[in-house]
Design a binder for this molecule. Sequence first.
Ligand code: NAD
Ligand code: UDP
Length: 311
Amino acid sequence: MNKILITGGAGFLGSHLTEKLLKAGNDVLVVDNYFTGNKDNLAHLLPNPHLELMRHDVTFPLYVETDQIYNLACPASPVHYQYDPVQTTKTSVHGAINMLGLAKRTRARILQASTSEVYGDPEVHPQPEEYWGKVNPIGIRSCYDEGKRCAETLFFDYHRQHDLDIKVVRIFNTYGPRMHPNDGRVVSNFIVQALQGKDITIYGDGQQTRSFCYVDDLIDAMVAMMNTEKGFTGPVNIGNPGEFTMLQLAETVLKLSGSKSKIIHQSLPSDDPKQRQPNIDLAKAKLGWQPKVNLEDGLKETIAYFKKVIA
Ligand code: NAD
Ligand code: UDP
């Protein structure tokens, strides 16, 4: 049994990760400040004596004993990370410093939940890990993008300077049950709007693309990465290469939910990336992983979840 720390464990991805690691027989400590996370995401797991929850903000030091750390703490939706951008940067940067310090003291293996946002509005398509990205350092998305880039820098410097056992995954847009209904990200927005008969809000002309990964696939890859051989640090892209325009996504959600909602267009937020698709050759080779769930099947599961939540 491993003692595993998950920061941001009460959030969307963190709660699925907690569930998987408990099922595998580990001892899990979840640390979260509940900014976007929710105790309800973990309520069904609370009877398990091997789960412990701690309210804590990762921008402050943490002293616990642990064998592995999954560092997920950070709001991920643009609406949430732009609400208090200074805190977003602090969460990524001070949070990384604190968790890396903890890993150094305990000699724990540590995985960083990085993001496709490190590629910014990419000029290389699809994006391989070697691409350095095109990121605005002073825009409204920068608190998140640059915070995550700096966290990657810290991870690699701790690795080189202190021989820390690090793993970095770059997560592409992931969706599924337990996203918050007011999360603000596109999949949850479209589904909630469709189920409530409200207008579907496409930002801009809807020709921008994203590649959507179902949560179960993502969590499998994250755990596989944590358990790769020492010395393999990544970064590794994790995502589903199926690429869709936001217009295609809206039409698919309307079809699968049987909704009569109208599609409307609203202004495009600044620095919104025009295209995004992961090159997952490295994940296939090093993790023996590739996504199994296609967009329609994943959306059906997610729509069923939101039907229950909204009811
Ligand atoms: P989420 O907002 O549901 O979860 C983030 C969790 O971190 C929440 O529980 C929140 O309360 C917690 N948190 C935020 N600031 C904190 C702080 N200072 N101290 C302690 N806890 C804090 O988002 P998610 O989709 O589950 O994302 C989890 C991680 O994965 C994030 O680091 C995110 O950047 C990364 N990621 C997610 C996606 C995606 O599509 N879901 C894509 C790329 C990267
Ligand atoms: N988007 C949209 N309508 C919404 C929410 C988002 O058209 O109600 C668009 C957004 O402009 C972006 C894409 O959907 O082009 C994905 O947005 P999201 O916030 O989910 O993730 P990110 O931009 O961080 O990839």
